[in-house]
Unconditional design. Structure first.
Length: 287
């Protein structure tokens, strides 16, 4: 088995990526000639984009809007598949002891974001756009990860922090922050992207990798004790896991979603996050 193709895959240490973990543990990738090393990336999409840039990872499971923006601005990578087809529900979190009660109160606030170009930053733009606020007034504080976000709220270094709402729920229970609302992505939330050199060298193996993970996601969705498994592994309440599973769909059949990217590109352009020139021929650049 020395002829296995070794790949380093980066993704957030969250419940969305359990299909990868289970497929690795069950030896499913080895069966198709792949040796996968999974790397938890708590810094999210921004950290994975750096990883692809610096070649410390080969493949990344990251937010659709983040990878789209990065590739159109020159990242040498390709999107090989939409991974999670349902949207991501971002919780809007504020300091626990603050007077902030509703989204309107955040109009001139500072947002804690994990990294520049991260989902936590891009969704602040989406929120401002939905609220009709001028997006060029947005203020950000780069904090690294979820713990940095909580610290920024507790120390009044930020008035808001956007993060996946089920992941942060334990912290709202510990009164480290307060959830006031949510903002939902207008597109399928996660994609699988790969460095272009790896894409060109191992195209067929990457297709098989996607098939394995898609199949495992479909299997996982109907596993008898899946609620308990996710609850235990990710420290989440069973009732929240149930809601999350009901809301979440993976790309079981590996279907292409070209219109989703059209929408993402249109949004990034509207928010001034990419230029008209960067968005030209976006399909050729992305895939």
């Amino acid at each position: 088995m020395n002829d296995l193709v070794g790949l380093k895959v980066g993704g957030v240490p969250e419940h969305f990526n359990l299909p990868w973990r289970l497929a690795i543990e069950d030896g499913k990738f080895r069966e198709v000639g792949l040796r996968l090393h999974w790397e938890d990336m708590g810094g999210g999409t921004g950290q994975m984009i750096r990883g692809l840039e610096q070649k410390s990872i080969d493949v990344a499971v990251l937010l659709t809007e983040g990878i789209t923006k990065a590739i159109l601005q020159g990242l040498d990578a390709k999107i090989i598949q939409v991974y999670v087809t349902s949207p991501l529900r971002w919780g809007i979190h504020v300091p626990y002891h603050s007077d902030i009660q509703k989204v309107e109160d955040l109009k001139d606030g500072t947002y804690a974001i994990s990294r520049s170009g991260s989902g936590s930053q891009l969704m602040a733009y989406v929120l401002a756009d939905q609220q009709g606020w001028p997006t060029d007034n947005l203020k950000f504080n780069v904090i690294g990860d979820v713990y940095g976000g909580l610290w920024a709220l507790e120390n009044n270094e930020a008035q808001a922090f956007l993060w996946e709402k089920y992941t942060t729920h334990p912290y709202t229970e510990q009164k480290k922050c307060r959830y006031i609302d949510e903002v939902v992505t207008p597109w399928p939330c996660f994609c699988i992207a790969v460095r272009t050199d790896v894409y060109e060298k191992h195209f067929d193996k990457l297709k098989e990798m996607c098939e394995v993970v898609n199949h495992k996601a479909e299997e996982m969705k109907t596993m008898e004790n899946i609620i308990d498994v996710i609850s235990w592994r990710y420290n989440l309440r069973s009732s929240h896991v149930q809601s999350w599973l009901n809301e979440t769909e993976w790309n079981y059949k590996g279907i292409e979603y070209p219109l989703a990217f059209e929408k993402t590109v249109r949004y990034l352009k509207k928010l001034g996050l990419i230029t008209e020139e960067e968005s030209t021929d976006f399909r050729e650049k992305l895939f």
